[in-house]
Design a binder for this molecule. Structure first.
Ligand SMILES: Cc1cc2nc3c(=O)[nH]c(=O)nc-3n(C[C@H](O)[C@H](O)[C@H](O)COP(=O)(O)OP(=O)(O)OC[C@H]3O[C@@H](n4cnc5c(N)ncnc54)[C@H](O)[C@@H]3O)c2cc1C
Ligand code: HEM
Length: 477
């Protein structure tokens, strides 16, 4: 993996701008158009990267992503009747919501490309890797279903151009997280050029000079926020942490508790998660929640379930051994305890979703306040409650804590005072919980049904915390 950049904000982007001179962090600068069409620079369809895995960007995919022919110049007189799509794409002048002209132009492009988003994504990456082959090595060998995340985030950010606070929070976080990929300021113009090259090819009905200007301004702002955040982060944090596996305990045939020692102090909060890269699958990063509150010895632990054919989870459960070194990205996530209130805490953890809940219990215990805490721990069967002994030990040690196993299918032994059914049913059974802050952790289906049930038993939705659903869905959870 490339070393992280040491260039300060903006310098790399401007200093290296040569071939990418349309990109400039200065909004006053009048941008040059990107290359007219991809064919002008890339007469051949983009070839496969030599190391592409089975799901990499391949020539055959690129053919599949062949853009539609560019729109013919419309006749000077006698216009044909306007189609519904064309009508919705007419140059916007005003908007009842007060959205800026740029935001409206950007939304117009989005409306047009949405039906062909998959082809647009394939074309974008093909263009990027054929024009800038040196960037291919930053990405995983096999770019599977997650490859559309970069492109989606670009579009999400471009849509939020009118919302300064939310845009900055989203992008600053993303910019810091990109340090672990080896992303440098000079890479941003390349991505921007290929983004515009792609949009201009596919948004044939709405693309014009005004729209292009709006996208250039938006992308310039997006990249500047990411570049600045990365540069600022560099002063205090490494791009990633190396962490040696110091313990590996197989709890079931497919769940392991992996404990690691980071090479430098790793600051995080109970309830957060990080990204992990293993030595066996370079540049493949996956998220895992911390299974314990910060410890005085600096060790971190994760509960990992090996999913069928899972690259990283399979390696962590079946291959990792003490002495192996993995990499950790920065901590993230807002499923943390609000210590400014005395509200009770109601926690739903399904499967390895119990890991961050256990960290929350430890966090509350360390703060020494006797806030009522109710944990519902869901699994398919008693056997799948791989961490029930720890949870019951915690319950025994803390009178303010109640732990209730919830078994969804198969007979329950009953020995654990367990509830038979789904986690949301258990919450409905034991509610109401009006004076509680709630935490839900597990697969996206559980989060959705859990949030519905929590709202149903009186927990206001702004007091329900869970990890980002988009991330979990992207993870195939
Ligand atoms: C915020 C967050 C926190 C997470 N915390 C944890 C954690 O603490 N412990 C943990 O074990 N995992 C956790 N995950 C899931 C983890 O990030 C990976 O997605 C998971 O380990 C699979 O990665 P992989 O590389 O092994 O599988 P991949 O190679 O990405 O996937 C292989 C195949 O399995 C499918 N698949 C992926 N996940 C599942 C699943 N859960 N069940 C069935 N099929 C699946 C994929 O769609 C694909 O077809 C978390 C995810 C997020 C977003
Ligand atoms: C400027 C706007 C950019 C946006 C909005 C963006 C967004 C994203 C997002 C959302 C992801 C998914 C994983 C994550 O959240 O970290 C991602 C991954 C990635 N991005 Fe970016 N990115 C941008 C620029 C760049 C640039 C300039 C590079 C360098 C070439 C780059 C390289 C990567 C790499 C290597 C990955 C990992 C891919 C993977 O794991 O499959 N990104 N990006």
């Amino acid at each position: 993996m490339d070393a992280p950049t040491t260039a300060s904000a903006g310098s790399g982007a401007e200093g290296d701008s040569g071939a990418w001179s349309w990109f400039s962090p200065s909004p006053a600068k009048s941008p040059e158009r990107p290359a007219e069409t991809p064919e002008e620079r890339d007469p051949e369809p983009p070839p496969a990267a030599p190391d592409d895995g089975p799901a990499g960007v391949r020539a055959d995919e690129t053919h599949g992503a062949a853009p539609p022919p560019r729109r013919a110049v419309p006749p000077a007189a006698g216009p044909a009747p306007e189609s519904a799509l064309e009508a919705s794409l007419r140059t916007p002048h005003s908007d009842a919501t007060g959205a800026s002209g740029d935001a409206l132009l950007i939304r117009r492009t989005m409306t047009e490309i949405e039906p062909v988003a998959e082809q647009v994504t394939s074309y974008f990456y093909a263009l990027l890797f054929v024009r800038y082959p040196e960037l291919r090595q930053l990405f995983p060998v096999s770019m599977d279903e997650q490859r559309d995340r970069l492109f989606k985030a670009l579009l999400t950010a471009a849509q939020r151009v009118d919302d300064d606070a939310s845009l900055t929070e989203f992008l600053a976080h993303l910019g810091r997280g990109h340090r672990k990929y080896g992303t440098q300021p000079a890479h941003y113009p390349a991505v921007g050029e290929c983004l515009l090259g792609t949009l201009s090819r596919y948004a044939t009905l709405s693309w014009d000079d005004q729209t292009e200007g709006a996208w250039i301004r938006a992308y310039t702002r997006i990249s500047q926020i990411m570049i600045d955040a990365a540069a600022e982060d560099e002063v205090t944090s490494p791009a990633w942490w190396d962490a040696e596996v110091v313990a590996h305990e197989l709890r079931t045939s497919d769940i392991a508790i992996v404990t690691v020692r980071p090479d430098q102090p790793y600051p995080f909060l109970a309830g957060q998660y990080t990204s992990v890269e293993t030595p066996w699958w370079p540049r493949v990063w996956r998220h895992y929640s911390f299974a314990a509150a910060p410890r005085s010895d600096g060790l971190l632990s994760f509960h990992v379930k090996a999913v069928p054919a899972g690259w990283v989870s399979g390696a962590l459960v079946h291959r990792a051994r003490p002495g192996d070194v993995i990499r950790l990205g920065p901590p993230t996530g807002s499923m943390t305890v609000d210590h400014t209130t005395d509200n009770g805490l109601l926690c739903l953890g399904g499967g390895t979703g119990i890991a961050p809940i256990k960290a929350l219990v430890e966090d509350v215990a360390e703060h020494g306040r006797r806030r009522p805490m109710e944990v519902f721990y869901g699994a398919r069967s008693d056997h799948d409650l791989y961490d029930i002994d720890t949870m019951l030990r915690l319950e025994h040690a803390h009178p303010w804590l109640s732990v209730r196993p919830v078994i969804s299918s198969g007979p329950s032994s009953g020995a654990l005072n367990s509830f038979s059914g789904q986690l949301p049913d258990a919450v409905r059974e034991y509610g109401p919980y009006g004076e509680y802050d709630a935490y839900v952790s597990g697969p996206p289906g559980l989060i959705r049904s859990g949030v519905d049930a929590l709202v149903g038993v009186g927990v206001p939705s702004d007091r329900i915390r869970h990890d980002a659903l988009e991330e979990l869905v992207a993870a195939g959870e």
